[in-house]
Design a protein around this ligand. Structure first.
Ligand code: GAF
Length: 383
């Protein structure tokens, strides 16, 4: 990517450094993070890249290859929630959140480039926050521990941009390790790196961007959060994390709340099952991945029927992938658009792609995009 060239063109000199932060996919545990539950994401090999230089006048200047018309320059002291909109709200929000956390950010020029497809549900927004957070803190010589940076990036998204997300995406971008999935307990914030290498067992991970753009801010995500909170209140528990048996959701009289609670409890359980299988003393075998595939497909049904966040293109992509030989597949992320993650025997990769593409073509839908998902390292300095 060419963030450094963009920096030169936009700001007239070389950057002091270049940082990148990855997008993420989530193996298991969807809509569990804001219920204090468990998630199992991994970082992708696709990144947001931030080329940046410090400046001492308290101003933040931002440019992006993907949003050329929307350059921005502001005084950090003037930043307040709502004061910046559009893509620049994410990096500006990080400068604001750092300031709110008591860190002095002297100012910076930042040029952004990306190969994380936007709107694909792969957390390009969290990656933008995390690349900015690393650049701003390292330029200012601030040693902020990663877990604190996660919280700062999330605060930028929740309070400055105004999107009520959980903590999964920023955690994935800042804490994941190549060849692993990250087990995150969203209540204690304890993290465990779990070895995850489907290639060693003859399988691979395929992301299918359904090209139905996903928008978290449109109200459905917030509505799901509110429903979960109400379900927990009615069940007399602090959060749905505490519903350890999905069958206990039957105590809820309201059928919608019952379904929401059942999904969350069942997905928390599926996270634990996948982790137990990956950590089995015998190591992960082809059989392990077949079983993980089965759980993926089960999770899709739960997201579609109980949590009701799936969309037509995702349902069809899952179905076509399974018919063509995938071990399992499910929608990932917030829902209502974005991507499907399929676990595929290496030999069936082309068949699955062709089958999904043909299904979309038959329905006259925009052709899907395919991406190999390789569990990769978290955010870092690269120049
Ligand atoms: C989005 C949110 F940003 C995450 O916090 C998480 O809730 C996810 O949807 C659903 O699991 O990516």
């Amino acid at each position: 990517m060419r963030a450094a060239e963009l920096f030169l063109a936009r700001f007239g000199g070389p950057p002091d450094g270049v940082w990148l932060a990855p997008g993420r996919a989530n193996l298991m545990g969807e809509h569990t993070d804001y219920n204090d539950g468990f998630v199992l994401p991994f970082a992708l090999g696709q990144h947001i890249v931030a080329a940046a230089a410090g400046r001492g006048d308290g101003r933040l200047a931002l440019g992006s290859r993907q949003h050329r018309q929307d350059d921005l320059e502001v005084a950090i002291a003037d930043l307040a929630p709502g004061s910046v909109t559009g893509w620049a709200a994410y990096p500006a929000g990080v400068a604001w959140a750092l300031r709110e956390a008591g860190y002095a950010v002297p100012g910076a020029c930042i040029a952004i480039d990306s190969d994380v497809p936007a709107g694909a549900g792969l957390s390009s927004s969290a990656a933008l926050e995390c690349a900015t957070a690393l650049a701003l803190t390292e330029l200012a010589g601030l040693a902020v521990p990663r877990p604190e940076l996660v919280a700062i990036a999330r605060r930028a998204e929740n309070e400055f941009v105004g999107v009520p997300t959980g903590i999964m995406d920023q955690s994935a971008s800042l804490l994941c390790r190549a060849g692993h999935v990250l087990l995150l307990d969203c209540r204690s914030l304890e993290t465990t790196q779990v070895p995850f290498d489907p290639a060693a067992a003859g399988a691979s991970l395929l992301l299918i961007d359904t090209r139905a753009e996903h928008v978290l801010a449109d109200g459905e995500y917030g509505r799901r959060r509110a429903e979960c909170e109400q379900a927990a209140r009615l069940l007399g528990i602090p959060s749905l994390r505490d519903l350890t048996d999905p069958a206990d959701a039957d105590r809820l009289a309201d059928p919608v709340l019952r379904r929401r609670a059942r999904h969350v409890a069942a997905d928390d359980q599926r996270v634990q099952e996948v982790v137990a299988m990956l950590n089995a003393p015998a190591g992960a075998t082809a059989g392990t991945y077949r079983e993980i595939g089965r759980l993926l497909t089960q999770a899709h049904a739960s997201l579609r029927d109980d949590f009701e966040v799936s969309w037509a293109e995702a349902d069809q992509a899952v179905e076509a992938a399974l018919v063509a030989g995938a071990l399992g597949a499910r929608m990932i992320g917030g829902g209502f658009g974005g991507s499907v993650l399929a676990l595929v025997p290496a030999a069936a990769g082309d068949l699955v792609r062709d089958a999904v593409a043909a299904t979309f073509a038959r329905r006259g839908w925009t052709a899907p995009e395919f991406l190999d998902a390789v569990p990769s390292d978290s955010a870092r300095r690269v120049g």
